[in-house]
Ligand binder design. Sequence first.
Ligand code: PEP
Ligand code: MN
Length: 337
Amino acid sequence: MIVVMSPSATKENLDNVVKKIESLNLRTHLSTGDERTIVGVIGDKKIIANLEMEMMDGVEKTVRITEKYKLVSREFDPANSVIDVDGVKIGGNEIVVMAGPCAVESAEQLHETAKVVSACGAKILRGGAFKPRTSPYDFQGLGEEGLKLLRQTADEFGMKVVTEIVESGDIELVESYADILQVGARNMQNFQMLKALGKCKKPVMLKRGLSATIAEWLNAAEYILSGGNEKVIFCERGIRTYETYTRNTLDLSAVAAIKNLSHLPIIVDPSHGTGRRSMVAPMAKAAIAAGADGLMIEVHPHPEVALSDGNQSLTPADFQALMNDLNAITAAVGKKI
Ligand code: PEP
Ligand code: MN
């Protein structure tokens, strides 16, 4: 349930509401907007069902949230959440582009990539240091060495870092180098890790699971928010269907669905979503037209020798062309890039 305070409610009214809820062994979650404060009530469903708050001073109304996911829901917070990544805002009026190689391979490869993507307008450098590969014989990533390269290179070009975390034990390590922790598709329902990320201070980018429904994805995010970390960004990266022409089926309807169901931002990864270089730009443009808050794009200076995902990586020239084309689409949807 949420308790919506009226715009004229006083601090004392709010304190009394919180006191009453907490006296019943329920937890509260405050969301302070420009106009009004919303109090989320979390805890035993039976107690919440009998909770009467409408009569209290300063309360405008109460809304019962029927879905299992509550803190992530649009009902809980009608305004779009803007996630501040050390000064780069995701979910506002500006489209944020994350770009870089699938995996960090070497200092030269990362430097060459960061140089072009930052010059084209990408604000966040991506690159895997811990790679969850389908085969144990494939390149597994450089580990901490990769994290160091990401941090140094991003700093050199004034960028932020997003990189994947594959196990809870690595949170402290990854957090010490990265600005956004990426939960990959294969770990979307690693609930222990989601709980641990709830205690983390840095924003989390939650990719959609390989075969996850929208509701499962929202519930995965709820794990992180209910643990105390409200800075979650969804990333649609395609789902498995019967189609084999593409690596995955990019579900752009998920953008519209998430925008309806949640206040959190959503970005789109057309690289993993299609698996084909030639389809990345068209789908990136469609994603922005559909209302996505940003993009994650794989770029490699020499895709033909990439240690992973060369087939879907854009060349620097492809990326430059895409960024140019995005200007018009971004303007058409009333945003900036
Ligand atoms: C990635 O972004 O490098 C990655 C492994 O993506 P996904 O988890 O979507 O497969
Ligand atoms: Mn990849």
